[in-house]
Design a protein around this ligand. Structure first.
Ligand code: UD1
Length: 370
């Protein structure tokens, strides 16, 4: 019998940690032929190859090399390139991940070719259509055949949008699978030797959302507030800078703040090094989606510089708090003074077993009756 052929689509950094455990699990199944397809949305080594290497994923054989562009250009280029691939290499199932432009581009291409589409990390909603990711989530969920959710609020969102229950499987958080699997390698990294910072004595900062970084004046003002906060608590700020944010560093207001000796600017870190830094940070300040989840799992205080989150469970059951720039100082004070929770329990199915639940679902839906 011919093997059941699966494409896993990856494009941008946050996809890799979620796709890797599923890839590893499917690779073990004899009747499945699984392949990672890289769209090339992220092409810098530090945002792509280094992370895949850390996750022990071989370099994908196919890279569509679409690169950067406006949303329409990037999405359209991925669709054109992926359609050509699907015409010659018809997969039985296309797995798309998260909420980036590669996700909607490949889901739409595959759905129109009549291919089965499964969406991993389905059902998250920020309610904010000003974020491109929210549009990507809504549309991808609408056209996918199988919806794998990371938390129960996502099931609720999908059901309330009228999605059929049988399409949804609550599998849990794949990002936590990667974290659990890689913990032995993360825990041997000595952050003092690597970055000269001591455990509990630094703020770890990441910023890349257009709403925070595309206007240099706004970015300078945010960085100023963070600098004041760090000084107030006698901490340094370690800031691995995303390429989108790096472009703004030449602006005088921004360059002035980051010249401050309390700031330590770094290139984007590999997965293992970044997670080692999260574990040792006294507090994380971010506008990322995934980092809200990782800090929740690890019990590390997190301030998220956004007006909303598609991951509310990180606030209701975790260590995350949404803040505006002028609330950073007071919120950091509250979180830093809070005793670390003694009996901290992560949300349901954030346990390292999510890839196993996806495998069981693929077997039940597709392999059982072949
Ligand atoms: C993308 C995702 C976002 C995710 C983020 C994680 C979308 C809509 N956005 O945002 O959800 O949180 O990835 O990093 O898909 N660039 C480089 N090198 C690269 C990639 C990008 O220099 O390898 C530069 C490009 O010049 C580009 C800018 O960064 O203009 C933004 O890249 P893009 O992939 O469009 O979006 P991100 O901001 O990275």
């Amino acid at each position: 019998m011919e093997k059941f052929r699966i494409h896993i689509i990856i494009g941008a950094r946050p996809n890799f940690m979620k796709a890797a455990p599923v890839y590893h699990a499917l690779k073990e199944v004899d009747e499945v032929d699984v392949e990672m397809i890289h769209t090339g949305q992220h092409y810098d080594k530090k945002l792509s190859d280094d992370i895949l290497a850390d996750l022990q994923v071989p370099a994908p054989e196919v890279n569509l090399k679409v690169g950067s562009g406006s949303h329409a250009v990037q999405t359209a280029n991925i669709m054109i390139a992926y359609e050509a691939l699907c015409m010659t290499d018809r997969p039985d199932l296309v797995i798309v991940v998260g909420d980036v432009n590669s996700t909607i581009a490949c889901a739409l291409t595959a759905a129109k070719l009549g291919l089965q589409v499964a969406h991993l990390e389905s059902g998250l909603r920020s309610g904010d259509r000003g974020m491109p990711e929210e549009i990507n989530r809504l549309l991808t969920d609408r056209i996918s055949d199988v919806l794998w959710t990371p938390s129960e609020d996502a099931d609720y969102n999908l059901l309330s949008e009228g999605v059929e229950k049988k399409k949804i499987t609550f599998v849990g958080n794949l990002m936590i699978d990667s974290l659990v699997r890689m913990t032995p390698k993360i825990d041997v990294i000595d952050v003092f030797e690597e970055y000269g910072v001591k455990s509990g004595e630094f703020v770890l900062l990441t910023l890349h959302r257009p709403s925070n970084v595309d206007d240099p004046e706004k970015l300078a003002s945010i960085l100023n507030k963070i600098s004041d906060t760090a000084k107030h608590f006698g901490k340094s700020v370690v800031f691995p800078v995303h390429p989108r944010t790096k472009k703004m560093l030449n602006h005088s207001g921004v360059s002035e703040v980051v010249k401050n000796p309390s700031f330590r600017l770094l290139e984007p870190l590999s997965y293992l090094h970044f997670m080692a830094m999260v574990k040792k940070a006294s507090i994380v300040i971010t506008d990322s989606g995934g980092i809200q989840e990782e800090t929740t799992f690890l019990g590390v205080p997190c301030l998220t510089l956004r007006a909303n989150t598609e991951r509310p469970i990180t606030i209701s059951q975790g260590t995350n708090r949404l803040v505006k720039a002028d609330q950073i100082l007071s919120a950091a004070g509250e979180l830093l003074n809070m005793q670390k929770k003694g009996n901290y329990n992560p949300p349901k199915y954030w346990d390292g077993g999510s890839a196993g639940r996806i495998l069981a679902d693929v077997k039940e839906r597709y392999l059982k009756n072949r």
